[in-house]
Design a protein around this ligand. Structure first.
Ligand SMILES: CC(C)(COP(=O)(O)OP(=O)(O)OC[C@H]1O[C@@H](n2cnc3c(N)ncnc32)[C@H](O)[C@@H]1OP(=O)(O)O)[C@@H](O)C(=O)NCCC(=O)NCCS
Length: 162
């Protein structure tokens, strides 16, 4: 819970919100950060993790585990505080996190759905060994605009090695 102040500060950014689902609030309040942390720290198994410097949390990465026939698959989501963009941090984090997730969870597939104009996230996924499985046309209605998204997935044993 002591990460709440940092999470609020970095998450409260329209540029981040524009690339995420609307369940991610904007503006992002301290109460939103506390509610999020309270939820994810009580999850079992725990699927959401901080990206952190030695001093503070600067971002988040997590999985949404599938159910029913999708129980061997999970969706990956992540964001990083804007002051830290463009330093290769998320490229490294997604690669490492994906490899670890295949070790820890009983998963065969990890996928992500970046919006089509999110070139940085597409590059992050490609460098981590994710493969584009298609363009989902008109799948996203965000900020009053319809847009496409990409479906990227990594299957077990295909996660990129460092
Ligand atoms: C997407 C995001 C996670 C990228 O994190 P990052 O640590 O800045 O990414 P990296 O520094 O590892 O850069 C990844 C690649 O994207 C490229 N890139 C970065 N910004 C870019 C931009 N605006 N346009 C095109 N490419 C860009 C980098 O050059 C790099 O590619 P390269 O190695 O081929 O040069 C970060 O910008 C973010 O949090 N965005 C908002 C939330 C979000 O989009 N989450 C993902 C939802 S699917």
């Amino acid at each position: 819970m002591e990460d709440a102040v940092a999470v609020q500060r970095y998450a409260n950014n329209r540029k981040i919100w524009l690339n995420l689902r609307d369940v991610f609030p904007h503006p992002y309040t301290l109460e939103n950060a506390q509610a999020f942390l309270s939820y994810v720290t009580q999850e079992n198994p725990q699927t959401a993790f901080a990206i952190a410097t030695p001093a503070e949390a600067i971002g988040c990465i997590g999985l949404t585990l599938g159910g029913d026939v999708h129980r061997k698959a999970a969706e990956l989501g992540y964001w990083l505080g804007e002051p830290y963009w463009g330093r290769g941090i998320m490229s490294e984090v997604v690669g490492r996190f994906t490899r670890r997730a295949f070790e820890v969870f009983d998963l065969q597939r990890i996928f992500a759905e970046p919006f089509a104009n999110n070139r940085a996230s597409v590059r992050v996924l490609e460098k981590a060994g994710f493969v584009c499985e298609g363009r989902l046309r008109a799948s996203i209605f965000k900020d009053g605009q319809l847009q496409d998204s990409f479906l990227y997935a990594c299957v077990r044993d295909n996660a990129a090695r460092p």
